[in-house]
Design a protein around this ligand. Structure first.
Ligand SMILES: NC(=O)c1ccc[n+]([C@@H]2O[C@H](COP(=O)([O-])OP(=O)(O)OC[C@H]3O[C@@H](n4cnc5c(N)ncnc54)[C@H](OP(=O)(O)O)[C@@H]3O)[C@@H](O)[C@H]2O)c1
Length: 298
């Protein structure tokens, strides 16, 4: 049976595609907001999922408001810097208010930026700024905070060093870190999109464990002993960030190396730690543990 209509912004992206699949599997009437000139390959992929394609001039509030007509929730999976996270999402917010959409889920999916320090993490600062705008708008907005995407462990987040058989850490090897697999984030977002009573913030973590636990999980998965490797105190990350910004500033990149280090600092300092967790709100979501993920990879 078809459920309430949801408009998804960013359906062509990595997380957006996963959210689209999760919403379709829940029977949602899903409309995928795409640019007027979206490439055919993107449209075909979305059509195969069975979603309604909703082309719009994504820079025009009236056009986006028309795409929002009649939906009960707008979900954002947009990704980018200020012009996307603050400017384009603000346009989406304004369009949703114009179309009298009751709820919007913003593109947050990160460490807990309600607790980290302003100025410490550029991408989290942008989300905090959008949150301020969203809180002044006449619509219910929910932020879903998920910690680091687990899929990035040992890849974009290179704390696992297979050649050295080491897991890198800063500060305390027992600091608890939050990870959630992308598909689990998507399943939760889909459930939240169809839930009319979501609170302002939902915090989730598929697994919470320390660098020492990751080393034990790697030992178990590979049959080779992994140990932790101390890279310095959390303050050392501040020095590395300043150096990386100097040597490779890449101001237009969404995720330059120094940005990754800013996330590491928020994780290993414990400032971005998610607590309390709202995992149990949708009992049907099945959470992947880091042990399971590493065992599957091995
Ligand atoms: N916690 C973590 O570890 C972690 C890791 C990665 C990502 N994330 C978060 O997950 C969310 C989605 O990221 P992702 O990796 O799925 O991003 P992605 O693959 O880069 O997809 C971004 C989406 O945003 C759309 N978009 C970008 N700029 C736009 C603009 N100016 N106007 C309209 N649409 C625009 C793109 O549409 P087009 O295809 O039309 O350009 C695409 O659909 C973001 O909030 C990101 O920060 C979290």
């Amino acid at each position: 049976m078809k459920q309430s209509a949801v408009l998804l912004a960013g359906p062509t992206g990595d997380l957006g595609t996963r959210i689209a699949k999760a919403l379709v599997s829940r029977g949602a009437d899903l409309r995928a907001l795409v640019r007027i000139d979206a490439p055919d390959a993107h449209l075909e992929r979305l059509a195969q999922l069975g979603v309604t394609i909703q082309p719009a001039d994504v820079a025009d509030v009236e056009s986006v408001a028309a795409a929002c007509e009649g939906v009960s929730c707008v979900v954002s999976a947009l990704n980018g810097l200020r012009e996307v996270i603050v400017d384009r999402q603000s346009l989406l917010l304004e369009a949703a208010v114009k179309a009298r959409v009751p709820r919007l889920i913003s593109s947050d999916y990160s460490a807990d930026f309600t607790k980290t320090s302003p100025g410490d993490n550029r991408n989290l600062d942008l989300r905090r700024e959008f949150m301020g705008r969203a809180d002044r708008a006449d619509i219910e907005v929910t932020s879903i905070l998920s910690g680091a995407f687990m899929d990035m462990l040992g890849a974009e987040m290179p704390i696992i060093q297979p050649r050295l058989h080491r897991v890198l850490y800063w500060g305390d090897a027992d600091q608890q870190l939050d990870f959630t697999r992308k598909d689990d984030v998507a399943a939760y977002v889909a459930a939240a999109a169809l839930d009319e009573e979501t609170p302002r913030v939902l915090r989730i973590a598929g697994d919470t464990l320390s660098a020492r636990d990751v080393a034990a999980a790697m030992s178990e998965a590979t049959g080779t002993r992994y140990r932790t490797l101390w890279m310095g105190g959390v303050g050392a990350l501040g020095v590395m960030i300043r150096l990386a910004k100097l040597l490779a500033p890449q101001p237009r990149a969404a995720f330059p190396p120094w940005q990754g280090m800013q996330y590491m600092r928020d994780m290993f300092s414990g400032r971005g730690k998610l607590h309390p967790l709202d995992n149990a709100r949708y009992p049907e979501v099945d959470w992947t543990s880091v042990r399971e993920l590493l065992a599957q990879r091995a």
